[in-house]
Design a protein around this ligand. Sequence first.
Ligand SMILES: Cc1cc2nc3c(=O)[nH]c(=O)nc-3n(C[C@H](O)[C@H](O)[C@H](O)COP(=O)(O)OP(=O)(O)OC[C@H]3O[C@@H](n4cnc5c(N)ncnc54)[C@H](O)[C@@H]3O)c2cc1C
Length: 407
Amino acid sequence: MVSINDERLTAEVAVVGGGPAGLTAAIALAGAGVPTALIAAQTGGRDNRTTALFSSSVAALKAIGIWDACCAEAAPLRTLRIIDDTSRLWRAPEVRFDAGEIGLDAFGWNIENRILVAALEAHAQTLPDFVRVHDNAAAVDIDEDGVTIALAGGGAVKARVAVGADGRHSLCREAAGITTSGWSYPQTALTFNLRHARPHHDISTEFHTPEGPFTLVPLPGLRSSLVCVVAPAEAERLLALDVPARNAELERRSHALLGRIEAEPGHGAFPLAVETARRFAANRVALVGEAAHVIPPIGAQGLNLGLRDAATIAELVVDARRDGRDPGGDTVTARYDRRRRLDVTSRTLAVDLLNRTLLSDLLPVQGTRSLGLYLLSRVGPLRRLVMHEGVDPVAARPRLMRGEALA
Ligand SMILES: Cc1cc2nc3c(=O)[nH]c(=O)nc-3n(C[C@H](O)[C@H](O)[C@H](O)COP(=O)(O)OP(=O)(O)OC[C@H]3O[C@@H](n4cnc5c(N)ncnc54)[C@H](O)[C@@H]3O)c2cc1C
C-alpha cells in the first residue's frame, strides 16, 4: 500500500502526469499490485482531440479493465482510405485498407480523449494500490535508492522509480538529464468534431493535400473527428472565419463526402513537430507518451505508441519486483530503453517520410511517393504486411497488448 509519513507519501512508483499515457501506466501498475501514486493536478483530455486506438491498444485497455466502460462511445474503423488530393503531375491512386483483408473485424476504434480519460480516471480510483495526488510536481530529486518528487503545494512523494508522463515539456525528463532531438514542420494541425448529414460507414478517409493531410475519422452516429493539417497562416485564417463560413470551407475540403458538415463548438490547434528523447529511461526515470516522443498526427500513431510505453514499463516493473530486483535499477531502465527504441524510431521515420514527401515540390520525390502508394494499392502481400505492422507491430508486443494480465 502507499503510505503517508511526515508530509511525505511513499510508493513504489510515482507516475507524474495524468494524460492518457500516465493514467494507463498507473492503472497497469496498481492493478498488478504495485503501490503507485499518480501526481496530477488535473487529468488530460480537455482539448477536443480523439484517438484512433489500434486493436492491440484496445486489447491492453481490455486487459486493465477499462474498455467496457467506454467502448459504447467509440466507433469502429473498418476501412482506411488514402486519397491523393493534390493536382500534381504524378498523382497516386486511391489506397484502401480493409480490416477484413487481414482477418480483423476492425483496425481499431476512435474515441474522444475526454471519454477515454474519464474512464481511466474512474477505474484508477477503484484500485487499492492506487493513490491520486491532486498536485503538480515542482521538482524531482534523484538519489541512489529512489526519487523524491516535491509537490507544488508542499509535501513530497518518495518512490523507487518515477514514470515521467508529463508531456512535451517534461520535468522528469530534465531531472533525469535526458535531452531530446527533433525538428518542427511549417504546419499546424487543427482539430474539430463534426456532425454530418451522410453516414461514414466506419470508413476513415485521409485526403493528402499539398499542405498536409485532411483526415476524417468516424465517431458513433453521424459524427466524425477531423484533423486538418495546414500552413500556420492558413490555420489562423480558418480559425478567424465565422462559423457558417468555416463549416462551408470544411465541407469543400471534404469534397462533401459526408454531406452537410457542422463543426461542434471547440477546436484544437497543434504546431507539428518531432521530438524524441535520446534515452527513454535513465537515473530511475522512465518516460512514457509525449514526454518520450512527439510525432505529427499522421497515421494515428502517437498515443498507440504511448500506450505501448505504459504497458512495457508496467511489465518490466512487475517482473523486477517478482524476481526481487530493484524496479528503478539500471537493468530495468536499460531494458525499457532497448524495448521501446525500434518501435518509436521506425514509426517516427515513417510518419516523417510520409509528411515530407507530401510537402516536397520536387518531382522525383512526388513520383517516388506516388509509386509507393501505387504499389500499396496493387500488391496484396505488401498491403497486408503494412496493415499487420500498423495495428500490431511485431517488434513491440508487451503482454498487455496481447491481452494478458500482468499479475
Ligand atoms: C491533432 C492530433 C490528433 C491525434 N490523433 C491521434 C490518434 O488518432 N491516435 C493516436 O494514437 N494518437 C493521436 N495523437 C497523439 C495523442 O493525442 C498524444 O500522443 C497523447 O494525447 C499524449 O498523451 P500523454 O499522456 O503522453 O500526454 P498529455 O496528454 O500531454 O498529458 C501530459 C499531462 O502531464 C501533465 N503535467 C505536465 N507537467 C506536469 C507536472 N510538473 N506535474 C504533474 N503533471 C504534469 C499535463 O497537465 C498533462 O495532463 C494525436 C495528436 C494530435 C495533436
